[in-house]
Design a protein around this ligand. Structure first.
Ligand SMILES: *Cc1c(COP(=O)(O)O)cnc(C)c1O
Length: 855
């Protein structure tokens, strides 16, 4: 039956129900309960069968059924009301519309994956979920973002297990016609298309699909189209499918093709061109190359001028402190794509190679590093938690080797999660019922015992736990059926887990550093915790291993084998195929969310935030966001054996600490009940978590941070350089070239000081005069700085401050004197030095050129 021609027949909705199409196509339904209620009401049974997919529901309703619905005035009214509500959501002014005058008109957000709903499985883990939450929260805030990504034919894989506990991967093909996306078309109705050259004279074409994420459009490029040869069709076959060149082609399509898709989108819809480009990880880095090529080709800028213009308006977010998590390609491969007959006029291959070159100590000269390119093309860069920012500054210090680690221009914006997606409706509706919007905004409502009593909150928590247990049993049964068990063997599943036992959740991808099996370090100890006669613990575990990672699969197998033991299988379960749908059922019901990565390898982590928003307490290594926001009351910190070199020993120590904590604190407190069966102290911690973490962990806070700290400054910088005629970019490029050329002559010749007596004390003034040579540069081109602070025993300066000295005299031959004063503000060992750095209003930070002349 090879010659089957397939197409999708669309349902024709009766005119009065036409708006259902709009409601199904806009993904706001995925985080808006009332819209989902409406779909469920149309046919609860079908709704259950299609697992809550509105487009599938509409497709499954018979014409007969539709006619009956159309004849029911209540249904028709409800549809109109829901559509009107959606229209208001899409058009009314929101936070952004009142947040300032010079905010960007549009921002492009590039990511290789987007996790929005189970119905659109285009994500593998945290990076994608974060991107989805970013778009949803931008929509809620009215931030004019456009998402750009790829449409993968099979998304990430579906996970199941063999009898033996080995991970099996399936790649069910998605039919775009059945997804809530629409094809971008030219005015003549034909699909709009982007094309880019491949080596060997081949061309890669792609169509552009559009998903509506509330107010935010998401453009997804799809190479599986007839215009492509067979290989090119496979470029978007799978998320993180192949290695090497397949991956590179995906990233070219995302970066270069993504910019072209944005141009198409603007031309066809009249949408404004983005003023700021944000790349979520380095995968989309080629977007900068494409924008340079545009400026060179269409506006006659030189490469250097275009680079300035592009950098100024680009934000790069790094997500991994694990070097293996960074994409690196051979320079020879990159040369095939951007050299020879593929070389873009005015964009020389060697300039592109230089962008990703690891030309620092310890770097590999044969590789092209996407994170390095991200940092060189991004005028502003950040990590995703305070700790990760710090770790990233250390990791990339080599790119700014003359500067102290603390001056490496990588800041941080701590991740957040989209509350309407992740908070169970029982809890959010209870909160809306009892608290004012202000109390919800600052979450103080949860601290008011007269708002919701402990007993009531505890009973809601039990309902949530019960829902999670039910869902887990269903999944466990389905998994065992796939593993070959017959229904008769599965009676025990009905009693697996209990709605009254302390429930600990652990779900995440399974790279080694997340240490899925740390809990198995001492199996007997774990068993004793699970089977404790008065204070038992139950564990629900899930996670996918990357298909190519056999080590990860072995960890899963080891864990699954433990959970298969009849002695403990009612208290510890592994649920296959962790995805958004499972996550939404899992987080709310867990009393405790466990996270035990190898510090500091977890950049941020977000699953614990989702648990916290539902009143779960975190039990975690002090890594990522937990290092920042653990406060002693909102959960527990698992002590780390930082500095213990022997990995086995470190695991032993940290696992022992984990068991101790669970036994002596977590379980003890959970089972410490008052006369009504309520754990008072526990509930205090739950309230405290909801009240204090509630506002911080939300992605609306995160997106507002991005707007204020990164997008707005990037837009201002971009406008300064680009308007009019890119004259600012030309000036800055010319100035940088002069400064670079002259820097060899810049030095501190001599420093004089006076004002301090034999025994300096706090409040004394130190007068400093520095004699410097600037070659051909003028005093305005530089900042001569006194750097002062506490001196450590190692002779290094800690937490130093820099202050500018003022030009006081000019001599012959480019020599100048600068002077100033420092007030001694703290007692203890003090030290200072003088240095010269370039100065220009167009620089985003002191280290931008990497140039510094130290005394
Ligand atoms: C939140 C989430 C993640 C990311 O969790 P981390 O704590 O960052 O590892 C991964 N997968 C799914 C399905 C999620 O919902």
């Amino acid at each position: 039956m090879k010659a089957i021609r397939r197409f999708t027949v669309r349902t024709v909705l009766p005119a009065v129900l036409q708006e259902l199409d709009e409601l199904a196509q806009n993904l706001r339904w995925s985080w808006h309960g009332p819209t989902r209620d409406l779909f469920e009401r149309l046919d609860p049974e079908v709704w259950r069968d299609v697992k809550g997919d509105p487009a599938a529901l509409l497709g499954a309703l018979t014409p007969d059924k539709l006619d009956r619905l159309a004849a029911d005035p209540e249904v028709v009214d409800a549809v109109h009301a829901a559509a009107a509500d959606l229209r208001t959501y899409l058009t009314a002014p929101r936070w952004y519309q009142g947040a300032g005058d010079d905010l960007p008109e549009a921002i492009a957000y590039f990511s290789p994956e987007f996790g929005i709903t189970t119905v659109l499985p285009q994500y593998s883990g945290g990076l994608g979920i974060l991107a989805g939450d970013h778009l949803k929260s931008a929509s809620d805030l009215g931030v004019p973002i456009v998402g750009v990504g790829l449409l993968y034919g099979a998304g990430y894989f579906v996970q199941s297990l063999t009898r033996d506990g080995w991970q099996v991967e399936d790649y069910p093909l998605l039919d775009p016609d059945n997804l809530p996306i629409t094809l971008l078309r030219e005015d003549d109705g034909l699909p709009a298309r982007v094309s880019l050259p491949l080596p060997g004279g081949r061309t890669l074409h792609a169509h552009v699909w559009m998903a509506a994420v509330g107010r935010v459009p998401l453009l997804l490029l799809d190479s599986n189209i007839p215009e492509n040869d067979d290989l090119a069709r496979k470029v978007t076959d799978r998320l993180y499918g192949g290695g090497g060149e397949h991956r590179l082609q995906q990233e070219l399509l995302l970066g270069v093709g993504g910019v072209r898709a944005l141009r198409l989108w603007s031309r066809l819809t009249g949408a404004p061109a983005p003023e700021v480009y944000h790349t979520n990880e380095g995968h989309a880095g080629f977007l900068g190359v494409e924008r340079i090529a545009e400026l060179v080709g269409d506006h006659g800028l030189t490469f250097d001028e275009a680079l300035e213009a592009v950098r100024s308006a680009t934000v790069f977010t790094t997500h991994t402190p694990v070097p293996a998590g960074i994409d690196r390609f051979g320079t020879d491969t990159i040369s095939q794509y951007f050299g020879g007959s593929n070389e873009i006029p005015g964009v020389p291959l060697d300039r592109i190679l230089a962008l990703g070159a690891e030309d620092y100590e310890g770097g590999d000269p044969t590789v092209f590093n996407m994170a390095v390119m991200g940092l060189r093309l991004g005028g502003r860069a950040n990590g995703v938690s305070l700790l990760h920012g710090e770790v990233s500054r250390g990791m990339f210090n080599g790119l700014w080797s003359g500067f102290d680690e603390s001056e490496v221009p990588i800041g941080s914006v701590t991740n957040g999660v989209h509350a309407p997606t992740w908070v169970d409706r029982r809890l959010s509706e209870l909160a809306e019922d009892r608290f004012t919007p202000e109390e919800l905004e600052d979450a103080t409502g949860w601290l008011r015992p007269d708002g919701v009593s402990d007993a009531e909150l505890w009973s809601v928590r039990r309902e949530l736990r019960s829902q999670t247990v039910e869902d887990a049993r269903r999944r466990l049964r389905a998994s065992w059926r796939l593993r070959g068990a017959s229904p008769a063997e599965l009676g025990w599943v009905d009693d697996a887990l209990s709605p009254d036992v302390l429930t600990i959740g652990f779900a995440r991808r399974v790279p080694t550093y997340k240490r899925l099996t740390l809990m198995l370090r001492d199996p007997e100890r774990l068993k004793a915790l699970l089977l404790h006669p008065e204070r038992p613990v139950q564990l629900i575990i899930a996670g996918k291993s990357h298909p190519a990672d056999d080590q990860g699969k072995r960890l899963i197998q080891q864990l699954v084998r433990f959970t298969d033991d009849p002695e403990v299988r009612h208290r510890i379960v592994f649920l296959p195929n962790y995805d958004i749908g499972m996550a939404q059922m899992l987080y709310p019901g867990c009393d405790v969310w466990l996270n035990n990565p190898l510090r500091p390898l977890e950049a941020c982590g977000t699953s614990g935030m989702k648990a916290a928003l539902n009143g779960g307490l975190n039990l975690s290594i002090l890594d990522g966001w937990w290092d920042e926001w653990f406060d002693g009351e909102n959960g527990w910190a698992i002590p780390t054996a930082d500095g213990v070199e022997d990995a086995d020993r470190r695991d032993d120590l940290e696992a022992a600490a984990l068991y101790d904590l669970v036994e002596s604190q977590v379980a003890a407190r959970f089972y410490d009940r008052d006369e009504f069966g309520v754990p008072k102290h526990w509930m205090q911690q739950v309230r405290h978590t909801l009240a204090t973490l509630g506002p911080k962990v939300q992605a609306t806070r995160m997106v507002a941070d991005y707007v204020e700290r990164l997008y707005a400054p990037a837009a201002r910088a971009g406008r300064r350089l680009n308007a009019p005629d890119h004259s600012g970019a030309r000036d800055l490029a010319r100035w940088k070239s002069t400064v670079r050329g002259d820097w060899a002559h810049v030095r501190v010749d001599h420093v004089d000081s006076e004002g301090l007596g034999e025994a300096p004390k706090v409040g004394d003034r130190l007068a400093v005069k520095a004699y410097v040579s600037l070659g051909g540069l003028s005093p305005e081109d530089v900042d001569v700085q006194i750097v002062h602070g506490r001196v450590l025993e190692t002779d290094e300066m800690s937490s130093f401050v820099t202050e500018s000295l003022a030009p006081v005299e000019t001599y012959e031959d480019g020599r100048h004197a600068f002077g100033g004063e420092v007030v001694l503000e703290a007692s203890g060992p003090f030290g200072y030095t003088v240095r010269i750095v370039p100065r220009h209003a167009g620089l985003a930070n002191v280290a931008e050129l990497g140039l510094v002349a130290n005394a």
